[in-house]
Design a protein around this ligand. Structure first.
Ligand SMILES: CCC/C=C/C(=O)SCCNC(=O)CCNC(=O)[C@H](O)C(C)(C)COP(=O)([O-])OP(=O)([O-])OC[C@H]1O[C@@H](n2cnc3c(N)ncnc32)[C@H](O)[C@@H]1OP(=O)([O-])[O-]
Ligand SMILES: Cc1cc2nc3c(=O)[nH]c(=O)nc-3n(C[C@H](O)[C@H](O)[C@H](O)COP(=O)(O)OP(=O)(O)OC[C@H]3O[C@@H](n4cnc5c(N)ncnc54)[C@H](O)[C@@H]3O)c2cc1C
Length: 670
C-alpha cells in the first residue's frame, strides 16, 4: 500500500512501532502466502470496481442503492468466474472489496438459503435443488420472521397443511401478522424461498418446519398465483437490500418440497419425528457463529479509521505554547479508542475459536452425534450477542471520537454503524440470545449440584465459591482469566440460587425466570466475556518475540478495562478487593501509555485496503483533509452553482420577506 505522500505523523507512527505489523497480519490471514493472495484478490477487485465510478451509497435513493448493489454483485460474479474462485475465504475477501459494507440482495441466497438446503435436505433433494441454486436459476432467501413474530418461533402462524389426496402441502398466511416480513432479498430479487411454517398433517400441528416455496416464475420473474410479495420500504440502513414481505394464499407445493432430512411426512400423511427437533434451528446457529467474525471485522474497520484519524488530527495543546498535539496523545482519546482496538482483536480471536467449534460439532451432527449441540447453541448465542453489542457500541464510540467529521458519511463510520447495528437484532435478538445462554448455564449449575461432570467449556463452574484474587501489578494473564471465570461462576451460582429459592417459596418457574432475567442476562454476558478473555490469553501465549509482548499488553488492556467497567460484579463477594481495584485503575493508565506507540501499527495489521474502509478519515496515507474536501466538492448539490430550487422556492420566499419591509436599502455589494 504505497502512497506518494504519506502524512508525516502517520509515517512517524509507523516507524515508532515496536513490532512488525506484517507478522500480525500473517496471523490474521493464516500466513504470508494467504496474505499475499488476499491482497492480490482485493487489489484486483478494487481496480475493477473503480472503473464504475460508483457514487457513495449514502448519497443514493433506495432504488439506486439496490441497483448499485446488484451491479457490484455482477462485477464480483464476473471476477469470481474469471479467477475460478471456489475457496470460501477467498470469495469473502473478493466480495468484501467489491461491495464494502454493502448489503447485497443475494446475501441471504448465498448464506442461509444455501446452507439450509445443504444441511436440511435429503440427498435426493440436494441433487434436485443444489445445482439450480448454485447456478442462480433458483435465487432464494430464508423466510422465517413474520410481522407478528420474530423471536418466539413457536408463535409463527404460517401453516403448511398436508393434503394426502393430492400429496401436496397447502401453504397459507392466515392473518396479517402471519405475513413474512424482513427476509433479505425477498422483495424483488428472490424467486423462491425457504418458508418456515407450522406443519399440520392428519389434523395435528407439529410446529415449525422448512419448505421450499417458489414465489416467482423462473423466466419472467413475475409472482406466481397466490403469492403477494414486495419490498418493505426504507430502513435505518441496509437499503441496498430488498428486505421483503410475503403473503401466501393457499399456495400448493409438492410433498417433497418439505425439507426432509430430519423430519418427514410420508405420502399417507404420517409424520416421522426428527432425532432432535432443534436441528431445524441449525441454520440460525451457523449464522450466529459467523456473526461473531462479522462483528469483529466491522469493529476492526471502525478502529482503523478512528485511530489513523486521531494520529493525523492535531487539535489543542497539552503543554501550553508547545504546539498542537495529535489528538491520540490525549489520555481520554486513548481511553476511547485503545480498548476498542483490543476488543477488535479479542473478538477476532474468539470468532476463530467459535468457527472451529462450530465445524467440529457440525461434523459430529453429520455423523448423528448430538451431544455437543446444547453447548454449541449456548456459546454461539452468547457470543453472537456479546460481539454484536461490543461492535455496535464500539463503532459508535469511534464515530464520536472523530468529532464533527465522524458525522459525515465521508468518514465511513455511519455506514459501518448502519450495517453493524442490525446484528444486535437479527438472527436472534441479543437479550433473547443471552437468555438462551443463561438457560444452559443454569442447567449446568443444576447438573453440578447433582454431582454430574460438566463439559470442558463449563468446567470452570466447578470452582468452589469465595476466595480472593491473586491479581497484582504484574497482571498475570492466568489471574485475569481466573478473575473472569470466578465472576461468571459466582453470578451463575447466585442467580441459580435465587431461582431455587423462588421455587421453594412456591413461585412458578416461569415467573421466577422472568423476575430474575436481568441477572440471568448479566450472568450469560459474564460467561461469554470469560470465554473471550480465555481465548485471547490462550492465543497470545502462542506468539513469540516482540509481537507476543505487544499482544499480551493488548490482552491485559482488554481484560483490565472489562473488569473496571463491571467492577461491582468482580468485587461483590470480595474476590477483588478495593486495593486491587485501585491498582487496576493505575494499571489501566499504564497500559494505555504502553499500547499508544503501537496503536497505528495495530490497526494497520488488519490490512484493509482504502476502498474497503471507504473513509476519508481512515486513509492509509493520512491525507484526510484533501479527501474530505474532494468528498464535499463532489456533493450532488455542487453540480450547479445556482440550483433550480433557488428560483422555485428560495427566491419567492426571499421576495415574500422583502415585501414586509420595502424601505431597506439594498447595496449592489455587501
Ligand atoms: C445475514 C443475516 C440476515 C438475518 C437473518 C435472520 O434474522 S433469520 C431469522 C432469525 N430468527 C431467530 O434467530 C429467531 C430467534 N428465536 C429462536 O431462536 C427461538 O425461538 C428461541 C431460541 C428464542 C426459543 O425457541 P424455543 O421456544 O423452541 O426454545 P426454548 O427456549 O423453549 O428452548 C427449547 C430447547 O431448545 C434449545 N434450543 C433453542 N435454540 C436452539 C438451537 N439453535 N440449537 C440447539 N438448541 C436450541 C434450547 O436450548 C432448549 O433446550 P433445553 O433447555 O430444553 O434442553
Ligand atoms: C436487517 C434485518 C434483516 C433481517 N433478515 C431476516 C431474514 O433474512 N429472514 C428472517 O426470517 N428474518 C430476518 N430478520 C428479522 C429478525 O430475525 C428479527 O427481527 C429478530 O429475530 C428479532 O425478532 P423480533 O423482530 O420479533 O423482535 P421482538 O422479539 O419483537 O423484540 C422486541 C423486544 O422484545 C424483547 N423480547 C422478545 N422476546 C423476549 C423474551 N423471551 N425475553 C425477553 N425479552 C424479549 C426483545 O429483547 C426486544 O427488546 C431481519 C431483521 C433485520 C433488522
Amino acid at each position: 500500500m504505497a502512497s506518494a505522500t504519506v502524512n508525516p505523523d502517520l509515517q512517524k507512527e509507523r516507524q515508532r512501532a515496536t513490532f512488525d505489523a506484517d507478522q500480525l497480519t500473517y496471523f490474521l490471514y493464516d500466513g504470508p502466502a494467504n496474505t499475499r493472495r488476499k491482497r492480490y484478490l482485493q487489489n484486483l477487485a478494487v481496480q475493477e470496481t473503480e472503473k464504475y465510478k460508483f457514487r457513495p451509497i449514502a448519497t443514493l435513493s433506495q432504488e439506486q442503492q439496490y441497483e448499485q448493489a446488484l451491479m457490484r454483485s455482477f462485477i464480483s460474479g464476473q471476477l469470481e468466474d474469471r479467477l475460478e474462485l471456489k475457496n470460501a475465504k477467498e470469495l469473502s475477501f473478493l466480495r468484501e472489496a467489491v461491495a464494502p459494507q454493502v448489503a447485497v440482495p443475494y446475501g441471504l441466497h448465498m448464506s442461509m438459503f444455501m446452507n439450509t438446503l445443504e444441511t436440511q435436505s435429503t440427498e435426493e433433494q440436494k441433487a434436485r435443488w443444489l445445482p439450480l441454486a448454485k447456478s442462480f436459476r433458483m435465487i432464494g432467501t430464508y423466510a422465517q420472521t413474520e410481522m407478528g413474530h420474530g423471536t418466539f418461533l413457536r408463535g409463527l402462524e404460517t401453516t403448511a397443511t398436508y393434503d394426502a389426496k393430492t400429496k401436496e402441502f397447502v401453504v397459507n398466511s392466515p392473518t396479517i401478522t402471519s405475513i413474512k416480513f424482513w427476509p433479505g432479498g425477498l422483495g424483488k430479487t428472490a424467486n423462491c424461498c425457504i418458508v418456515m411454517a407450522r406443519l399440520i398433517t392428519r389434523g395435528h400441528d407439529y410446529g415449525m418446519h422448512p419448505f421450499l416455496v417458489q414465489i416467482r416464475d423462473l423466466d419472467t420473474h413475475q409472482p406466481l398465483p397466490g403469492i403477494t410479495v414486495g419490498d418493505i420500504g426504507a430502513k435505518f440502513g441496509f437499503n441496498s437490500n430488498d428486505n421483503g414481505f410475503l403473503r401466501l394464499d393457499n399456495v400448493r407445493i409438492p410433498r417433497d418440497n418439505m425439507l426432509m432430512r430430519y423430519s418427514q411426512v410420508l405420502e399417507d400423511g404420517t409424520y416421522v419425528k426428527p432425532k432432535n427437533d432443534r436441528l431445524t434451528y441449525g441454520t440460525m446457529t451457523l449464522i450466529r457463529s459467523n456473526i461473531v467474525g462479522g462483528a469483529a471485522r466491522s469493529l476492526s474497520m471502525a478502529v482503523t479509521i478512528a485511530v489513523r484519524y486521531s494520529a493525523v488530527r492535531r487539535q489543542s495543546e497539552i503543554q501550553p505554547g508547545a504546539g498542537e498535539v495529535q489528538v491520540l496523545d490525549f489520555q481520554t482519546q486513548q481511553m476511547k479508542l485503545l480498548p476498542l482496538v483490543a476488543t477488535a482483536y479479542a473478538l477476532t480471536i474468539a470468532s476463530r475459536n467459535m468457527a472451529a467449534f462450530y465445524l467440529r460439532v457440525r461434523q459430529q451432527i453429520e455423523q448423528g452425534t448430538l451431544e455437543e449441540l446444547p453447548q454449541l447453541h449456548a456459546l454461539s448465542a452468547g457470543l453472537k450477542a456479546l460481539s454484536s453489542w461490543q461492535a455496535t457500541e464500539g463503532i459508535e464510540a469511534c464515530r464520536l471520537a472523530c468529532g464533527g467529521h465522524g458525522y459525515s458519511h465521508a468518514s465511513g463510520l455511519p455506514k459501518l454503524y448502519g450495517t453493524g447495528t442490525p446484528l444486535v437484532t437479527y438472527e436472534g435478538e441479543n437479550t433473547v440470545m443471552m437468555l438462551q445462554t443463561a438457560r444452559y448455564l443454569v442447567k449446568c449449575h443444576g447438573a453440578l449440584q447433582q454431582g454430574q461432570k460438566l463439559p470442558s467449556l463449563m468446567k470452570y463452574l466447578e470452582q468452589p465459591p469465595g476466595g480472593s484474587s491473586g491479581l497484582d501489578p504484574r497482571l498475570d494473564l492466568s489471574d485475569l482469566v481466573t478473575a473472569y471465570q470466578h465472576r461468571a461462576a459466582r453470578m451463575v451460582s447466585d442467580v441459580s440460587a435465587k431461582l431455587m429459592s423462588a421455587a421453594s417459596q412456591g413461585q412458578k418457574p416461569y415467573a421466577a425466570w422472568n423476575s430474575n432475567s436481568v441477572e440471568l442476562v448479566e450472568a450469560a454476558t459474564a460467561h461469554s466475556e470469560a470465554y473471550v478473555v480465555k481465548s485471547f490469553v490462550e492465543t497470545v501465549s502462542t506468539f513469540s518475540g516482540k509481537l507476543c509482548s505487544v499482544m499480551e499488553t493488548l490482552c491485559r488492556l482488554y481484560a483490565v478495562r472489562g473488569i473496571l467497567k463491571s467492577l461491582g460484579e468482580f468485587m461483590q463477594d470480595g474476590y477483588i478487593n478495593s486495593q486491587q481495584a485501585k491498582m487496576l485503575r493505575s494499571c489501566l493508565a499504564d497500559l494505555l501509555a504502553e499500547v499508544r506507540p503501537n496503536a497505528v501499527a495495530l490497526v494497520d495489521a488488519f490490512d484493509f485496503p482504502d476502498a474497503v474502509l471507504d473513509s476519508a478519515l481512515g486513509r492509509w496515507d493520512g491525507q484526510v483533509y484533501q479527501a474530505l474536501y474532494d468528498y464535499a466538492v463532489n456533493s450532488k448539490l455542487n453540480e450547479k452553482q445556482v440550483l433550480d430550487t433557488y428560483h422555485k422556492y428560495q427566491r419567492p420566499f426571499m421576495e415574500s420577506q422583502w415585501k414586509k419591509n420595502t424601505t431597506v436599502a439594498v447595496p449592489a455589494r455587501l
